[in-house]
Design a protein around this ligand. Sequence first.
Ligand SMILES: [Zn+2]
Length: 373
Amino acid sequence: MTLTNAARPAEPSDVKAGSTARERREEKRRRRRTTRAVVVATLVVVLAMGAGGLAWRLVSETDDLAAQNAVATELLASSDGKVAEQTTRVALSAQIGEVDSLLAEPILTRLTIGKADVRASLGAASDAVQASMVEFARSEVTTARKGLATAGNLGEEVYAATKGKGADAAVRARLRAALDTVTAVDVAANSSLSGTDLAELEQAALDLSANRSVVTVATQALYDAQDAVTCPAPDQVWDPDSGAVPKSELAPIPWSPTNLVRADVLDGLIALDAAYSKVFGEHLTINSSYRTYDEQKALYNPSSPIAAPPGCSNHGLGLAVDIGGGVETFGTEQYNWLKTHAKAHGWVHPAFAEPDGRVPEPWHWESVLARAS
Ligand SMILES: [Zn+2]
C-alpha cells in the first residue's frame, strides 16, 4: 500500500515531470533546429548576397570595359589619317580586337578574367593614339602656317606690283582685305601650338587653310584683272616677276655670256645646243634672252605685235630666247631641225609664234616651264 500509495502520487508527478522533461528536450531540439535553420538561412542569404554583389561587380566591370572599348573604337575611326605615327593606330586596333574577343567569351569566362590589366592596356593604347593625333595636328598647323605665309607673300608681291597699273581698284581692295587678316590668323595658330588641345589645333589648321584659300583666290583675281589690262592677248600672261627676276636666279648662256636665262632651264638649252652643234657645226645664235622690265618697255611698241608689253613677256621671266643663224626663217634646215629636236631638251616653239599664230616669229623659242607656251 505504502509502496502503491507511495508510488501512486508519484505517478502523475512522474508523468508530469517526465512529460515536461520530454517537452523541454523537444523544445530545445526545436529551438536548435530553428536556430540552425535561421543560421543556415542567414548564411545562404549572406552568401547569396555576397555572390550577387561579386557578380554585380564583375558584370559592372565588364560593362565598363565594353564602354571603354566603344570609346576606343570611335577614337580609332576618328584618327584615320590623323596620326603622326601609324603604329599607334595599329597597336590600338590590336587592343580593341583583344577586348572584343574577351567580351565575346561565355559569361562565366568573362566574369573570371581580371579586367584591370586589359583596361590599362587599352587606355595606354588610346592615349598613344591621342598623343599622336596632337603631334599630327601640330605638324598640320606648322605646314598650314608656311602655306599661308607663301600665299601671303605672293599676294603682297602682286598687290605691290599692280600699284598704279590700272587693275580694277575693287579687286585690289579685296586682296588687301584678305592680306590684312593673314597676320591675325597666323598669331592665333601660333598660340594654339603652345597647347595640346586637339580641337583647337585642328581648328587653327582649318582657319589657316581657309584664309590661304581666300588670299589665293583674291590674288588670282588681281592677277587676272591686271592681265586683262596689261596683256590683253590670250597667249600673254601678266607676271609680277616679269623683268624683275633676281640675278641669283639667272645664268649666262656659256657661248653667249651677255645673254641670260633662268638658271634652271640652262642645262636643257646647253644640251640642245650641243646636239645642234653636232649637226650644223656651230652654236645656236642667241639674239635675245632675258629682258628687264625697262628693256621690254623700251622694245614695246603698242602699234606693233612683235614685242609684248612689259610684264607680259616670257623674255622677262628668263624663259624665252630669240634664235638666229637660220632659225629666224620658217622652213629652213635649222628651223626644221629645232622643231624636231628642241622639245626633247625642254624647249618649244609656242603656238602664238607659229606661221598661223597671232605673231608669226620663227626665232622665238620658250622653255616648257613658260606659261601659255
Ligand atoms: Zn622672243
